[in-house]
Every structure is written in structure tokens, then in C-alpha cells.
Design a protein around this ligand. Structure first.
Ligand SMILES: [Zn+2]
Ligand SMILES: [Zn+2]
Length: 354
């Protein structure tokens, strides 16, 4: 396999700095790979809101600089570092997700909670990500892509899909239970609805507007509640769930109000799963009612290697389909602009041209 010396990539040199599209960004050569590393030829990469946060330096964590962002990459292994022990081989189709590596040896890793490993390494944040044609990643955390799954579909599943699938797994629900998805028409929410429906839950969608109502109903929502036109959102949610409230609520929207409402409308023994990240926000739980109604509040942060494989399997079986728009790699700056203005619907997947 011939590996070029240079490639196309989108980089930024400083936090909040401009995005620069380069066609002469160096490609790490096979001989330069360390044990445990693989070089992946990336054909497609989804764009996640986290990538925009990384560019803007929104979080109390420093990114590597200069940085190639991106963590929903799909491609083929073209080289593996000498001295690597792995079942993966050159030619395998793989995905690069947010969690590029973790130690696999600490307590949280042994329990399958890899995302919270204190040695976790994130793609497009601590190491160069997938907005380039050739990315170096850690072979033990690469996700095999099922045969026949369109790379355009696989991209968004590697982050958005894994995140909501994991959230649903943590919702403490059984088939036939009601699960409310807040932000159901968005990039995360529209996937959450489909995973929930696929495992026999009864999804209640909360979002706004006719377009999103139509989309949510098509994707398996049992009822749609418009938070803008509803006179009493909590009463409408209870009315949609036999008067008792849903068994769980997955908050995929970045709304602090959505979190605090959930603590009131949830059914007794209900679970609030926190996913969306409103800035500087708090969940204010009344201690008496939390105890007396036996409520659970769970934070859910991406997923582990197994969650990624499961999430992709639903997509490969046609149970979950991301709403995507494909654009060229060099259009990333415009994509971010659209995300900031809120004009992007569904997920954007970049074609690298590799
Ligand atoms: Zn992401
Ligand atoms: Zn670990």
C-alpha cells in the first residue's frame, strides 16, 4: 500500500483561531508508528459539536496545538506499528471515535468505564483527529465497521450514536416503558428515538416546530410535545404517559430547564440521564422528593468499545439511520458557522477525498 508524504487536512494553530485547509500536511509514515499505533486512511468524518468546543477552547481543558480536530472518522488501516500485538490487520475497515485510547488496566477500564480513565486520550483534542486523510490512532481502541455499512452512516454513529445508545442503556428501563427524549429532533435526539424504538421502549419526543414533529413521528416517537407551544409542558408529558410520567428521560438538549423539569415529571423510580451540556448549569434536586420518589440521576459520557460495536450493529441492521448531509473536507469552517447559527439539521459528514 503506498502512503503519500503529504495530505489534505484542516488545522487550527490557536484556540479560537481560524481554520486552515492544507494540502501539504505531513503523513506519518509506517516506520514512524510506535507499537500500539495504526495509520488509518480516512475517507469520511462526521462533525460533532464537541469539535466546535475544542476549536473555541470552551472547556477547562487544553487541546494540543496546532490541532487537527475530528472524532467520527471512518476508513481503512494502511499500516500498524512494528511490535504491535493485535487482531486488527491492514485493510480492515475501522472507525476512530472520541476515546482514542485508555489504559485498559485501571479500575474503571476493567469495569468497562473506559471514558473516565485518568489516562484517556481523546481524538481531535489531545491527539490529531479525523479531519485529515491519514490519521494515527491507537489500534486497541479502533472500532471495527460492520461489512456493508455505508461509511457516511457509520461516521455519526461513532460519537452521536454511541452516546445516545449508552444513555439508553443507563436509563434503567424495560421494553414497554416510556422514555422521554428531550431535543428529540436534533443530532443526538433523532438517533436516540430510533435506538429506543428498536429495543421496544415507547419514546416520547420533546422538541419544537412542525418539521421536527414530522421527523420524530417518522422515526418512531409515540407522541411529540412542542415545548414552545405547550401551555404546561410537565402536564402534557404526564398526560402522554398514562398520567404518571415517563420511566426515564434522556436529556439530549443543552437546556438547563429541561433537566429541572424532568425531576418533576418523571414517574416514581424514574431515571434522569444527563447527556446535553448547557453551559454553567446545575441540576437542582429536592432531597426529600428525590428520596421519597426514589429518583435516579445518572451522567452518561460517550461509551466503551463494546457500546460502539453495539451502536454500529443497529445501523448495519437498518434499525437506526442518521440524517446526514455530505460535504467536502475543506468546507469545515462553513459547517461550524452553520452550527453556531443553529442552521444545521441532522449531522454533517465530511468527505476527505482520500
Ligand atoms: Zn462527539
Ligand atoms: Zn484506564
Amino acid at each position: 500500500m503506498t502512503i503519500p508524504a503529504t495530505q489534505a487536512a484542516v488545522i487550527f494553530e490557536k484556540s479560537n483561531g481560524p481554520l486552515i485547509y492544507k494540502t501539504d500536511w505531513p503523513v506519518t509514515q509506517a516506520k514512524e508508528l510506535k507499537p500500539g499505533e495504526a495509520l488509518v486512511k480516512i475517507t469520511h468524518s462526521g462533525v460533532c459539536h464537541t469539535d466546535l468546543h475544542a476549536l473555541k477552547g470552551d472547556w477547562p481543558l487544553d487541546t494540543r496545538l496546532p490541532l487537527v480536530g475530528g472524532h467520527e472518522g471512518v476508513g481503512t488501516i494502511v499500516a500498524i506499528g512494528e511490535g504491535t500485538t493485535t487482531n486488527r490487520k491492514i485493510g480492515d475497515r475501522v472507525g476512530i471515535k472520541w476515546l482514542a485510547d485508555s489504559c485498559l488496566d485501571c479500575e474503571v477500564c476493567r469495569r468497562g468505564q473506559e471514558a473516565t480513565c485518568s489516562n484517556a486520550v481523546c481524538s481531535g483534542f489531545a491527539v490529531h483527529g479525523t479531519f485529515q486523510q491519514y490519521a494515527v490512532s491507537y489500534v486497541r481502541h479502533l472500532t471495527p465497521i460492520p461489512a456493508g455499512l455505508d461509511p457516511v452512516q457509520a461516521g455519526p454513529i461513532l460519537c452521536a450514536g454511541v452516546t445516545v445508545w449508552k444513555a439508553i442503556k443507563q436509563s434503567n428501563t424495560n421494553p414497554g416503558d416510556y422514555i422521554l427524549i428531550s431535543g428529540a429532533g436534533g443530532g443526538l435526539g433523532h438517533l436516540a428515538l430510533q435506538y429506543a424504538a428498536a429495543i421496544g421502549l415507547r419514546p416520547i419526543a420533546v422538541d419544537t416546530g412542525e418539521e421536527k414533529r414530522k421527523l420524530c413521528m417518522e422515526l418512531g416517537a409515540e407522541k411529540f410535545i412542542d415545548f414552545r407551544t405547550s401551555q404546561d409542558i410537565k402536564a402534557d408529558i404526564r398526560a402522554a404517559t398514562d398520567g404518571l410520567g415517563p420511566h426515564a428521560a434522556v436529556i439530549a438538549s443543552s437546556s438547563a430547564a429541561a433537566y429541572n423539569d424532568a425531576l418533576e415529571y418523571l414517574r416514581n423510580h424514574g431515571t434522569l440521564v444527563a447527556v446535553g451540556l448547557p453551559a454553567d448549569s446545575y441540576i437542582k434536586a429536592n432531597v426529600f422528593w428525590t428520596v421519597f420518589r426514589a429518583l435516579r440521576i445518572v451522567g452518561s459520557y460517550v461509551g466503551n468499545r463494546q457500546d460502539a460495536i453495539e451502536a454500529l450493529d443497529f445501523a448495519a441492521r437498518g434499525k437506526v439511520k442518521a440524517i446526514v448531509k455530505v460535504q467536502p473536507l475543506k468546507s469545515l469552517a462553513e459547517v461550524y458557522e452553520g452550527m453556531e447559527k443553529g442552521t444545521v439539521s441532522g449531522r454533517i459528514v465530511l468527505e476527505t477525498g482520500a
